[in-house]
Ligand binder design. Structure first.
Ligand code: HEM
Length: 363
């Protein structure tokens, strides 16, 4: 793969914190090595693939909408959406928790925050999932082409909404960004499109997989599920443990900017570094009995949301959606159980999640 791979917690943590030596911006690669690299080049990078100062400038523009305080206001609406989805999906004979809840919920929540009509959500999710493949460390030419086409479709779609919001602003993220863009030199239209694409894509499959992987883990550990039924106040800590135990984002990538070393391993400028966040979250040097699910775990210093300046912007929202989904499922279904002991996972490497999660759930 022409990459260094780090899997220990201390290594992953150290590299992610050191943005001066480990860059997210593949354009900083020496042009000669760029041609040999299998990693896709991005013409309009999002903040995920930018370093300071652009990263700082752009992240600041959307930060406000994602603080724990701002997202707390969304809780009643998220709960309502969760109930609506389950009302439609539940079936005493069994139903797929992915299709019924985990797939649609995150895209509905982010679509509403951005200001995108909910009717378009199936199309949106499709584009978003295709685009998300660019995170894969090994991506073939066809998948890359499909990912880039999805990006163009998203741009065209967002452009039309941006036009409407210019004349009729609303209380949503697109209107707020349009306002900043019109004010002057802080945001270009291309940057705005990149941001909207990222907000849609980054929070979508990831949160889906927190709900899917998390519920699978809990259903496989009925004694811990029972603890949560008896004391729902423990669900937030359980969400952290589920993020650690079966991490939705298994890996992150960095480019080495100067000759350096990590844990005694010499690295050269332009080397690629793949960090295994999922493995770091199971490192016995960082967690007691790492392979054990323990919803009461203390000092849970997981790296499921990354570290440092790129720490997940949507973490408060993902935590809220995860908590509400679990709360509502436990509230509604006193005897929730798995219909398949080994439900199928999707094939991607970086975004780890289920294809289906068949459950039986007599209300
Ligand atoms: C359980 C769900 C989620 C997980 C596990 C997750 C994980 C991550 C990780 C590991 C990173 C850092 C990537 C890196 O350092 O290269 C990241 C960044 C990011 N996430 Fe999330 N994420 C989740 C949900 C969300 C949601 C709901 C949103 C927003 C709607 C979101 C928006 C972002 C953004 C914008 C970044 C880039 C931040 C930056 O580069 O400064 N994420 N996420």
């Amino acid at each position: 793969m022409d990459m260094w791979i780090f899997s220990r917690h201390a290594e992953v943590d150290a590299v992610l914190r050191d943005f001066r030596r480990f860059s997210n911006d593949q354009r900083k690669r020496d042009p000669a090595r760029r041609r040999r690299s299998s990693l896709p080049q991005m013409p309009d990078p999002t903040i995920l693939f930018l370093d300071p100062p652009d990263h700082t400038r752009l992240r600041t523009l959307v930060n406000k909408a994602f603080t724990p305080k701002a997202v707390a206001a969304l809780e009643p609406r998220i709960r309502e959406m969760t109930h609506e989805l389950l009302d439609a999906a539940e079936d005493p004979a069994g139903f797929d928790l992915m299709e019924g809840l985990a797939n649609p919920l995150p895209v509905m929540v982010i679509a509403e925050m951005l200001g995108v009509p909910l009717e378009e959500r199936a199309q949106f999710r499709e584009w978003s999932n295709r685009r998300a493949r660019i995170l894969e460390p090994l991506i073939d030419a066809r998948t890359l082409r499909i990912a880039n086409e999805a990006s163009e479709s998203l741009n065209t779609y967002f452009r039309s909404i941006i036009q409407t919001r210019r004349t009729e602003p609303r209380d949503d993220i697109i209107s707020a960004l349009v306002h900043v863009e019109e004010e002057g030199d802080r945001l270009t239209e291309r940057e705005m499109l990149a941001m909207l694409r990222l907000l849609l894509v980054a929070g979508n499959e990831t949160t889906t997989n927190l709900i899917g992987n998390g519920m699978l883990a809990l259903l496989r550990h009925p004694e811990q599920l029972q603890v949560l039924r008896e004391d729902p106040g423990r669900i937030p800590a359980a969400v952290e443990e589920l993020l650690r135990y079966d991490s939705p984002v298994q890996a992150t990538l960095r480019l080495v900017l100067e000759d350096t070393e990590v844990n005694g391993i010499p690295l050269r400028r332009d080397d690629n570094v793949l960090l295994l966040n999922g493995a770091a979250n199971r490192d016995p040097a960082a967690f007691d009995h790492p392979d054990r699910l323990d919803i009461g775990r203390r000092d849970n210093n997981h790296v499921a949301f990354g570290r440092g300046i790129h720490f997940c912007l949507g973490a408060p929202l993902a935590r809220l959606e995860g908590r509400v989904a679990i709360e509502v499922l436990l509230e509604r279904y006193p005897s929730l159980g798995l219909l398949s002991e080994r439900p199928a996972f999707r094939t991607s490497v970086v975004l780890r999640g289920l294809e289906t999660l068949p459950v039986k759930a007599a209300a």
